[in-house]
Design a protein around this ligand. Structure first.
Ligand SMILES: *Cc1c(COP(=O)(O)O)cnc(C)c1O
Length: 388
């Protein structure tokens, strides 16, 4: 069991790759070239369960297998229930499609005016710039296109996407995602941010990336400088479990923060991985220590083959209740359900308001103690009185 209360960040060194020269290990292109992408490679490194073995063969038709050596080292290969292992090692349970599950669970295809642009909300767009990631999360909401295992044949039309944003003055916020946008070269990221920054109505630019978690070596000083130059650029990283908070990730977050990138975190509530208040509390504490503000905690989308990942929403509410008031307010993410079919993110909260009648609010605090707040009830003005 991972010591979730331990304050020091985990450092596993080069682990199985201890004979690789440090300059190669720390080179992100080496990490990408040496990713584990086949069943044979994986079985050289660990003993798989029969379900995982079958899952690796099925993955080629659903969502490719890929794990960076850095991230592989975080797996406890002796533990079939390791929370890192379950996120990236395929399982044949992914082939079971339950009622209500779909390939496009949040209805993105229906709100794509041009390939790669999802325009669901009035003032902002999601801009998908690639279909590749450094490693693949088995519960990926975009597994229909990501890694191209399902022959989606996604061709990011960057020019078309930029044109769309340029000609829609209502768009003040652009969220760059994918796939993982930080897999683009420095030159491409520089050019993309430059183009978006030059659009007068675009006020807010952010990126969603799991690269700091899968491949912290990618956050080079040169990349950080690109963010500084076009800043403010905001970034949401994606961690689910305190084991992911390593010294390498902390160093990458520091490079981003020092380049002026405000950092947030998105987690997905995952059964047997983080559906536990103590695990999530440990995670948010570690995030705060790296200047990362927990942003959203998502209910797992109804992606095909995700039944084994989905936890009851009551677990999520229980986690928020265990955090709110009990720890730093900055550490409490917003629990959301992304409305199936395309409703956008809908907040789900514990109930603190018991009733509102005639302006009287009856509340319960974090310790479940009752409070009454006379909202909007104007008391007669007392006679003015001079203070002496
Ligand atoms: C999540 C999302 C956004 C951003 O939503 P925020 O609540 O502003 O973080 C924008 N567009 C789409 C399609 C999204 O899924």
């Amino acid at each position: 069991m991972f010591p979730i209360d331990q304050r020091k960040n985990w450092y596993s060194g080069q682990g199985r790759w201890s004979d690789v020269p440090a300059e190669q290990w720390n080179d992100w292109t080496w990490q990408l070239r040496n990713r584990i992408t086949t069943l044979v490679q994986l079985e050289e490194l660990m003993t798989l369960t029969p379900d995982e073995k079958a899952g690796c063969l099925f993955a080629a038709h659903k969502l490719a297998l890929a794990i960076t050596p850095y991230f592989f080292n975080l797996i406890d290969t002796k533990d079939p229930h390791c929370p890192i292992r379950k996120q990236v090692i395929p399982n044949i349970k992914e082939s079971v499609v339950a009622p209500g599950e779909s390939g496009d669970p949040v209805g993105e295809e229906g709100t794509m005016p041009v390939p790669g642009i999802v325009h669901r909300y009035p003032d902002r767009v999601l801009f998908l710039v690639t279909d590749r990631c450094a490693s693949y999360c088995r519960y990926c909401t975009r597994s229909r296109m990501v890694s191209n295992a399902q022959s989606y044949d996604f061709h990011p039309e960057l020019e078309q996407g930029i044109k769309y944003i340029e000609t829609h003055p209502e768009i003040r916020d652009v969220l760059i995602s994918g796939g993982d946008p930080l897999l683009l070269s420095d030159a491409k990221i520089d050019a993309l941010l430059g183009r978006l920054r030059a659009i007068p109505h675009v006020e807010f630019i952010r990126m969603g990336s799991r690269i700091p978690v899968f491949l912290p070596q990618r956050i080079t000083p040169a990349l950080a400088e690109i963010f500084r130059k076009h800043g403010p650029i905001w970034m949401s990283i994606h961690t689910n479990h305190p084991k992911e908070i390593t010294q390498e990730l902390a160093a990458a977050c520091e490079r981003l923060s020092f380049a002026g990138v405000p950092l947030g975190n998105q987690s997905v509530l995952l059964s047997g991985i983080n559906d536990d208040p103590e695990v999530m509390k440990s995670l948010v504490h570690r995030l705060l220590m790296m200047r990362v503000r927990p942003y959203y905690l998502y209910a797992c989308d109804l992606i095909e083959g995700s039944t084994h990942f989905r936890a009851p929403i009551q677990k999520g509410i229980e986690i928020i209740k265990a955090l709110r008031g009990h720890t730093t307010g900055y550490g409490v993410p917003q629990l959301v359900i992304d409305g199936p079919g395309g409703g956008g993110k809908i907040p789900v909260n514990p109930e603190y308001v018991q009733s509102i009648h005639d302006g009287i609010v009856e509340l319960r605090n974090f310790e479940d103690r009752p409070y009454v707040y006379p909202s909007g009830v104007r008391l007669p003005d007392p006679a003015p009185r001079l203070l002496d």
